[in-house]
Design a protein around this ligand. Structure first.
Ligand SMILES: *Cc1c(COP(=O)(O)O)cnc(C)c1O
Length: 235
């Protein structure tokens, strides 16, 4: 795709964010747009960069490694890892990413902290919460979030910023709203317990308005920015 062809989609997404923020009586600048570039090429990322986009989300470690290398000449480009992370892949992420949204086990956080290069700022992280209760979903149960968050917050090379969730895909608006509402409620509870969290990573192409209405500070948008993804890749 060319920059010209990506520009209208980007403008439309920014307009949706502005409208949703306005409807929720929030400052549009309080909602950060993360462009989810999984399955798209480094050239596509470069085109979004030319349009002003600076932060990109990747689900697969191999893609992060490749695109990070391809775009190394842009030091202000920020990489967010938003996929499931296996323990044998943590070093590759610790050496490249600015953020990891998907901390769901202490061992992963410990490895990221140990492996974070001293020359880089602390890795910004979110704890992923299973808000849908689906057994197949990754993320920690809400009841276990406080203990995990406290442990992660103590790790020297990580900075715990907030919570992330992927609600179950459902056409049931009320059900989705309940799942989105669970995240700010939990954030409030954690902050009342002494943590200082400012980030709610939730909302994707189909539901970013609802997520913003519930306080999302980062929306993770792929399809609406880049177009339909090619057939699903394996990690
Ligand atoms: C793919 C993905 C997104 C983006 O989804 P779209 O529907 O394409 O906007 C957001 N978050 C995560 C964790 C994803 O894996």
């Amino acid at each position: 795709m060319t920059t010209a062809s990506l520009a209208p989609a980007r403008a439309a997404v920014l307009e949706r964010i502005a409208q949703a923020a306005h409807a929720a009586q929030r400052d549009p600048a309080s909602v950060h747009l993360l462009a989810v570039s999984k399955t798209f090429s480094a050239a596509d990322v470069a085109e979004q960069y030319a349009l002003g986009q600076r932060s990109f989300g990747e689900n697969y470690v191999q893609e992060l490694v490749e695109k990070h290398a391809a775009l190394i000449e842009h030091p202000d480009l920020e990489w967010h890892f938003i996929g499931p992370l296996q323990r044998n892949k943590t070093r590759l992420v610790a050496e490249r990413a600015h953020w990891v949204h998907t901390i769901d086990r202490l061992v992963i956080a410990e490895r990221l902290s140990e492996q974070r290069p001293a020359a880089l700022p602390p890795l910004q992280v979110c704890v992923q919460i299973n808000v849908s209760g689906e057994a197949s979903k990754s993320g920690v149960e809400p009841a276990a979030a406080l203990e995990l968050a406290h442990a992660v917050a103590r790790l020297p090379r990580l900075q715990l910023r907030g919570l992330m969730a992927i609600p179950e895909p459902t056409p049931d608006h009320a059900r989705l709203a309940t799942q989105f509402a669970a995240l700010p409620a939990l954030l409030k509870k954690l902050n009342a317990a002494g943590l200082q969290l400012d980030t709610l990573s939730m909302g994707m192409s189909a539901d970013l308005e609802l997520a913003i209405a519930h306080g999302a500070t980062v929306v993770r948008v792929g399809t609406a920015l880049f177009g339909a993804r090619p057939a699903k890749m394996t990690a």
